[in-house]
Every structure is written in structure tokens, then in C-alpha cells.
Design a protein around this ligand. Structure first.
Ligand SMILES: [Zn+2]
Ligand SMILES: [Zn+2]
Length: 186
């Protein structure tokens, strides 16, 4: 899914709610999930995809309810920016397969954008809204999550904190900080 599609959905969800400011969305695979830069706000959200990842080698696709999307957002002088990082996975059947981006269905992007707009209103505009999230459609996934093939498990995001997914809200809660590599807790 192209950024233009995400942008279109975001603009639609944010219509009339973003105080007349211009907001721009961009994919950025270099943002560090839990370390936004100075003056940037952060939002991490779990989503699902029916056949998210497709292996460039064997073309196998697989579904996942553990697709993590990281948003860093900043509002400055009436202009807003959102950097989006979709955490990737690679194929467990192929040797050292390339990491693949999740392809997230429009329905799920809708929900993500609804939540993002709400977070922006709370964090960037300091609106007094409830912290609840909108839930996204989930898919049947029969195979277990593969930490060795998941960027979320392998890189910074879960490095030092043990996160627990609250299945009701879809948010991650920090349980304890540890200085060892902790696997995705899904
Ligand atoms: Zn493969
Ligand atoms: Zn993982």
C-alpha cells in the first residue's frame, strides 16, 4: 500500500479535527520506535493483516495479527508531520530471506488512522479526550508468531522493556524494564 493511500485515509479521518493545520504523512523505516526525537510524540499500535508479508524469494504470503506500526508525530508552526514505520517480517522457509513490508488492508488502515488522529488531538493539541482506541478487524492466524523472523522482536522496540499487549485496547503496556533482549509478547 502506497503512502498516498495512507494519506488519503488520514486526511479523511482528520477532516475538521486537526485545527485547520496541514499534516503530512511519510514512511520512514529509520525512526527508532521508543525513542522519538526531541519534540516528537510517539504512538505504537498493533494491527492485523490477512496476507501481509510476501517473501521475495518463494512468494509465500502469511497473515499476522502482530503487525506493529510506529508513528512519530510533530506539530510545528501550524504544520504537522507524521513518520510511519511498519515493522517487517521475513520468511521462515527461506534462508536469510529479505525482510518484507506488511501490506495492511484499507479497513485496518482506516482504524489505524482513526486512532492516530485521536492521538494527535490528545498529544499535539492537548485535547481532553479519553485514551481508548478503536479496534481493528482481526484475522484467523493458525501459525505462531516467529520472533526470529520479526523486526519488532529483533530490533529496538522490545529491547529493553517487557511489553504486554492488552488485547482489549490493542495497546502495549510496559511491564518491567530489563537489559536483555525480550521476545515480542503477543
Ligand atoms: Zn520464502
Ligand atoms: Zn515479533
Amino acid at each position: 500500500m502506497e503512502i498516498s493511500e495512507w494519506t488519503r485515509i488520514f486526511q479523511n479521518e482528520g477532516k475538521g479535527l486537526l485545527h485547520g493545520d496541514n499534516w503530512t504523512l511519510m514512511f520512514d523505516s529509520n525512526i527508532v520506535p521508543e525513542s522519538p526525537e526531541y519534540r516528537w510524540e510517539m504512538y505504537i499500535r498493533n494491527t492485523s493483516a490477512r496476507s501481509v508479508f510476501e517473501c521475495p524469494e518463494c512468494l509465500r504470503g502469511w497473515p499476522s495479527n502482530r503487525v506493529m506500526v510506529v508513528f512519530h508525530m510533530r506539530l510545528m508552526n501550524g504544520a504537522g508531520t507524521v513518520k510511519v514505520r511498519r515493522l517487517r517480517q521475513n520468511c521462515k522457509n527461506c534462508y536469510e530471506a529479505q525482510m518484507a513490508d506488511p501490506v495492511i488492508a484499507s479497513d485496518n488502515i482506516n482504524t489505524l488512522m482513526k486512532n492516530l488522529v485521536k492521538k494527535i488531538r490528545i498529544k499535539c493539541y492537548h485535547e481532553n479526550l479519553d485514551q481508548g482506541n478503536y479496534n481493528h478487524p482481526r484475522f484467523d492466524v493458525n501459525s505462531p508468531h516467529e520472533p526470529d523472523h520479526c523486526e519488532g522482536c529483533m530490533t529496538g522496540i522490545l529491547f529493553e522493556s517487557l511489553l504486554q499487549l492488552d488485547t482489549k485496547t490493542g495497546n502495549y503496556k510496559v511491564l518491567i524494564f530489563k537489559s536483555l533482549r525480550v521476545l515480542c509478547i503477543h
